[in-house]
Design a protein around this ligand. Structure first.
Ligand SMILES: Nc1ncnc2c1ncn2[C@@H]1O[C@H](COP(=O)(O)O)[C@@H](OP(=O)(O)O)[C@H]1O
Ligand SMILES: [Mg+2]
Length: 270
């Protein structure tokens, strides 16, 4: 565990450098865009960040293999021998990058024996970095200052429950899952990882994600959320898996700040 945590500071710097590169491209507005086979967009900014991160991680720790959203076509038969590997999403929130909302982030996780043990999420526009190491806690770095972060305690039954949701999904699909009669407030925000970090720092009680995402969308933020006191589980309240299936697609999931809330009742229509 200690060995993993010595990698944290260099990885934060790699995420920052990739984020700076993304921010420069974003501000100049000069990038190419193509549609991938899963019908999601990828830009030259995603690919530039991918190249930077892969080169820097290979230099930092040549023995650790890398799985990136932008180079993910590696069969399980090759991946299953990996004890530790880097799981990266060079640009989480590509559609937000294109739309100009500013809600996007660089994600780098270290997975050890199928468990995220290190997570770094860097938001290039706010220049805020969320990071965590297993057994170390979760932190937010802004203006060079680290602050420990903690998810929110269980809200009382009649208190407002703040729910982070994608900007690009039908809100009705989320509302349909929820137990009626509670006081919900929905906060649309871009980038799956930044919404998870909202829960980790207590800005939201829960993030409900319906629809496709990849293991790279949750690896880094799962470590941050867990170290902050929360959990990421699928909608049946089972753990997400890493590098255990041929497909890298996640099931629907929820990021909960307070694991002790009665989630089975709250998600009664799931
Ligand atoms: N049709 C689809 N197939 C696969 N993943 C999708 C998807 N639509 C959205 N996503 C995932 O949701 C993430 C964005 O979340 P949000 O909608 O909350 O901004 C995307 O991250 P990327 O931008 O890295 O591809 C992508 O991984
Ligand atoms: Mg991406």
């Amino acid at each position: 565990m200690e060995r993993n945590n010595t990698l944290l500071e260099p990885v934060i710097e790699i995420a920052r450098q990739a984020g700076e590169q993304i921010r420069t491209i974003y501000e100049h507005g000069q990038y190419q865009e193509i549609t991938k086979s899963d019908n999601t967009p990828v830009t030259s900014a995603d690919l530039a960040a991918h190249e930077l991160i892969v080169a820097a991680l290979a230099k930092l720790a040549p023995e650790i293999p890398i799985l990136s959203e932008e180079d993910a076509d590696i069969p399980l038969s090759d991946r299953q021998a990996w004890g530790r590997y880097w799981l990266i999403d060079p640009l989480d929130g590509t559609q937000e990058f294109i739309a100009g909302s500013g809600d996007f982030a660089v994600n780098i996780a270290l997975i050890d024996n199928h468990v995220p043990v290190m997570g770094v999420v860097y938001a290039p526009i706010s220049k805020v970095c969320y990071f965590a190491g297993k057994g170390l806690g979760a932190f937010k770095r802004a203006n060079g200052i680290n602050s420990p972060i903690h998810s929110r305690e269980a809200a009382l039954v009649d208190e407002e429950m703040v729910i982070a949701v994608s900007r690009r999904q039908r809100l009705e699909a989320v509302i349909d899952l929820l137990e009626p009669g509670r006081n919900y407030r929905f906060v649309p925000f871009g980038s799956a990882s930044l919404k998870s970090c909202m829960v980790a720092e207590g800005e939201a009680d829960v993030y409900l994600r319906l629809g496709p995402t990849g293991e790279w969308d949750t690896g880094a933020s799962q470590c941050i959320v867990e170290q902050a006191g929360g959990r990421i589980l699928d909608i049946d309240l089972q753990p997400l898996s890493y590098n255990e299936r041929e497909s890298l697609e996640n099931p629907n999931y929820l990021v909960m700040g307070a694991p002790t809330l009665p989630w089975r009742e709250i998600l009664q229509h799931a």
